[in-house]
Design a protein around this ligand. Structure first.
Ligand code: UDP
Ligand code: MG
Length: 309
């Protein structure tokens, strides 16, 4: 008998917790036939509603339902790490509580593991039901990432992912504090099968991601998996040195030929503000990396548990 751990990070999902359980149960028959047992690990990410109570109720009915409850909201990335740490399964799958990751896809995903893949990942091919501006920035982000990061980060990839114990252990071995899971999946590698499906809108409740939160998150992703911005200062430095050299030559030659008319105050102001801006930008970038390093060096725990079932 094998065990499949289903990991569900939940933040204020009281309506979805039981609903998810019911939907997942529909896949039980398939896995029973394959001699695979299920365990469900709900990770409560410091919810302020009745999420914990709902999971407790399910745990009383069904001992295969487990709970890890955080002391506060640590973010979905921490939830994923906690769930994977608690998982005892030979396989583990990450799923959202809002049923945007359809459980009906599980049998197909599992069949690929049987064929020898180490992981089965999903990506959505459409961004139906999403504001156009958000889709636009998302596309830009992935395009930029492809250029500046060596780690492969797939456009539209969801966290819905089924993996073997080997992959789970690889992910758990990455103990960094600033966790950008999409990058971590790419970084660990392994043979991954990609499945595609149309975007499904969440059933109940609303998304926790505002545009601004997503924007900040994308910057985190860039910093976690690329050091290209750090090179920006050097590149701009070389560029401006070259430009300055050309300008000096032009001015010297012009002075020799036409004499020295004293002017050029406006151009001076422009140059000073441009260079001042560029310098501040570069220091800012260095500062961002420094602050990330500072947080890593503190070695704080990724999450704190308040209750476990
Ligand atoms: N989530 C979480 N902690 C958070 C935010 C979200 O555990 O701080 C969970 C949430 O409960 C859901 C999943 O992560 O199960 C995806 O969140 P959401 O549906 O809000 O994101 P979206 O699908 O819009 O990207
Ligand atoms: Mg969702």
């Amino acid at each position: 008998m094998k065990l499949l751990s289903v990991i569900v990070p939940c933040y204020n999902e009281e309506e979805n917790v039981p609903y998810f359980y019911e939907e997942l149960k529909k896949q039980e028959a398939f896995f029973h036939e394959k001699d695979v047992e299920l365990e469900i690990i709900y990770v409560d990410d410091g919810s302020k509603d009745g999420t914990v109570a709902e999971v407790r109720r399910l745990h009383e009915q069904d001992e295969r339902v487990h709970l890890v409850s955080f002391s506060r909201n640590f973010g979905k990335e921490a939830g994923i790490y906690a769930g994977l740490s608690k998982a005892k399964g030979d396989f583990a799958v990450l799923m959202d509580a809002d049923l945007q990751d359809p459980p009906a896809l599980l049998p197909e995903m599992y069949s690929y593991l049987e064929q020898g893949y180490d992981a089965v990942a999903t990506r959505r091919v459409s961004r139906k039901g999403e504001p156009p501006i958000r889709s636009f920035f998302a596309r830009m982000f992935y395009r930029l990432m492809r250029k500046i990061s060596k780690t492969e980060i797939v456009d539209g990839a969801r966290d819905y992912r089924l993996m073997t114990r080997q992959v789970v252990d690889a992910i758990l071995s990455m103990r960094e504090y600033n966790r950008f899971t999409k990058g971590i999946f790419g970084w660990v590698g392994f043979q991954t099968k990609w499945l595609e499906y149309e975007n499904i809108e969440r059933v109940k409740g609303e998304t926790k991601w505002s545009f601004w939160k997503l924007f900040i998150y994308s910057l985190e992703g860039i910093m976690a998996f690329s050091t290209a911005p750090l090179a920006l200062a050097s590149v701009l430095g070389v560029l401006f040195c070259f430009l300055a050299l050309v300008l000096i030559l032009v001015i010297v030659i012009r002075t020799l030929i036409f004499g020295d008319p004293t002017s050029g105050w406006p151009s001076m102001v422009c140059i000073i503000s441009l260079l001042g801006g560029v310098q501040l930008l570069c220091i800012g970038i260095v500062g961002q990396y420094l602050s990330k390093t500072y947080m890593e060096v503190k070695r704080r725990p990724i999450y704190l548990v308040k209750e476990e079932l």
